[in-house]
Design a binder for this molecule. Structure first.
Ligand SMILES: Cc1ncc(COP(=O)(O)O)c(C=O)c1O
Length: 465
């Protein structure tokens, strides 16, 4: 039991509120750790020189504020946080003997270089003052036109009037879920899916139902079966270079999903952050073209220009626009005009297209190097993908392999990050190829990984009876 004794002398107002506020501060600062047992009412009352009734009222107030929980017969405990938070992964690849294949970032492209040129021009612009305030709708109109033309290049019908500017695809996913789902609703997705969607769904109480995948992604049989049995509200799909498997969802499946969505009144959340990596000749029609009235299309500057711009957009059916707007407004208020202005300038002056071309080429070179280094192993990820899905040979398990690799300075993402619920984690890892500082490091890191695969895990004999 904690002997926590707050100093409430400086706090004004009723004593029980002062104690409840001291509890709030101590939980926020970590002085009271999740799960810690609170002092008994009598003990704290004696130490604070207040009545037991005051402490009882203070604890009731703290329970009402979700800070502590009272368990009859066991005592009072500091509540565990509803969410845990892991720090954003840094690129570790700058250290010579570390090979970081865990971060899923595009390689350092032309962005920093171009920014050196763009920023002085922005500073010289007489309208600079508009970039330091909240943007109004007229300001955003220009951005909508630019982003709609950028989307059109990726096969999305030109629709600036249905385009909402936001702070990236993650922000778009939140606005989409807030718009179309209520807690308890079911959203279908690949059985291996982007962790950002898993986290949002858990937070909002939306139930993700993972569907069986083959080497191209979610199968139509699994989709039809799930529609019949689960009455889903929506399907979340990353049709181009799926995260984590890097595969492209085939044309016939896109057409089938479009038909199913129209027939059953299901929404589609199409996350196309990697679509720009496909060559024009390879690009397949997005769901936003095949079922525009059922699709919320998400895209962003993160992968194709620079993640730090935090600029994204969504294009939705007319009937959802007010709620989608509200979702963005409530979550992030507005996009940041400064970085939005950079992105729009880059779309208009051709830098965005040049950046896409640069990444398309770099991703292909890196993937080829990776495939050579991992020759003989089963690796998924279509041409153009910045991330690959490596199936581990027997007897490797994903967590064991990830630990062993880290021990040798090679960082990869274990499959359990991508599985839903308590499903078993397949023996596979995701390899992000954009985080490496150089192509040489990809060759070197993945050759070491291949040696590990070949050598197999250290044999341990269990002595558990
Ligand atoms: C499939 C997918 N969607 C969305 C995002 C996040 O995009 P943004 O940075 O635009 O929020 C990522 C980032 O890795 C991703 O892989």
């Amino acid at each position: 039991m904690t002997t926590w004794t707050p100093n409430i002398a400086q706090r004004s107002g009723p004593r029980y509120i002062a104690i409840a506020e001291a509890i709030a501060d101590a939980v926020a600062s970590g002085d009271l750790a999740p799960g810690a047992r609170m002092p008994t009412h009598r003990d704290l009352a004696t130490r604070l020189d207040v009545t037991v009734g005051t402490v009882t009222r203070a604890y009731a107030e703290a329970i009402r504020r979700d800070l502590i929980t009272g368990e009859v017969g066991r005592g009072t405990f500091v509540r565990g946080s509803l969410m845990t938070f892991t720090p954003l992964s840094n690129r570790h690849d700058t250290e010579p003997d570390v090979f970081d294949f865990a971060v899923n970032l595009p390689a350092d492209g032309i962005a920093a270089d171009r920014l050196r040129d763009t920023l002085p021009r922005m500073v010289a612009d007489p309208l600079l003052n508009t970039l330091v305030g909240y943007p109004n709708d007229a300001d955003l109109e220009h951005a909508r036109q630019g982003l709609a033309s950028f989307a059109e290049v990726h096969g999305v019908p030109m629709a600036p009037d249905r385009l909402i500017v936001n702070n990236g695809a993650q922000n778009g996913m939140l606005a989409a879920l807030l718009t179309i789902c209520r807690a308890g609703d079911i959203v279908l997705c690949d059985e291996l899916t982007y962790p950002g969607m898993k986290n949002l769904a858990r937070l909002l109480g939306v139930r993700l139902q993972g569907l069986a995948m083959d080497e191209h992604g979610m199968t139509i049989e699994a989709l039809e079966h799930a529609i019949r049995h689960h009455a889903p509200r929506a399907v979340y799909i990353v049709p181009n270079y799926q995260n984590p498997t890097g595969t492209i969802w085939p044309r016939d499946r896109r057409e089938a999903l479009a038909k199913l969505a129209l027939r059953h009144g299901i929404w589609i959340i199409e996350d196309d952050v990697y679509g720009f990596l496909a060559e024009d000749s390879e690009r397949l029609q997005p769901l936003a073209a095949l079922a525009a009235d059922r699709t919320i299309y998400l895209n962003s500057a993160a992968k194709c220009m620079a993640p730090g711009l935090r600029v994204g957009f969504m294009i939705g059916p007319a009937e959802l626009l007010p709620a989608l707007h509200a979702g963005v407004r409530l979550s992030t208020m507005t996009p940041a005009p400064l970085t939005l202005s950079v992105a729009i300038r880059w779309i208009e002056d051709g830098t965005a297209r040049e950046s896409c071309r640069w990444h398309r080429q770099e991703a292909r070179v890196r993937r080829n190097l990776a495939l050579q280094a991992l020759d003989g192993y089963t690796v998924y990820g279509d041409a153009g993908s910045y991330h690959l899905w490596l199936t581990l040979p027997e007897p490797w398990r994903s967590d064991e392999f990830t630990r062993a690799a880290r021990h040798r300075g090679i960082i990869v993402s274990a499959s359990d990050h991508f599985v839903l619920g308590r499903r078993p984690a397949p023996p596979a890892v995701r390899l992000g190829l954009g985080g490496s500082k150089s192509r040489d490091k990809i060759e070197e890191g993945l050759s070491r990984l291949a040696e590990m695969l070949k050598a197999g895990p250290v044999t341990t004999f269990s002595s558990i009876f």
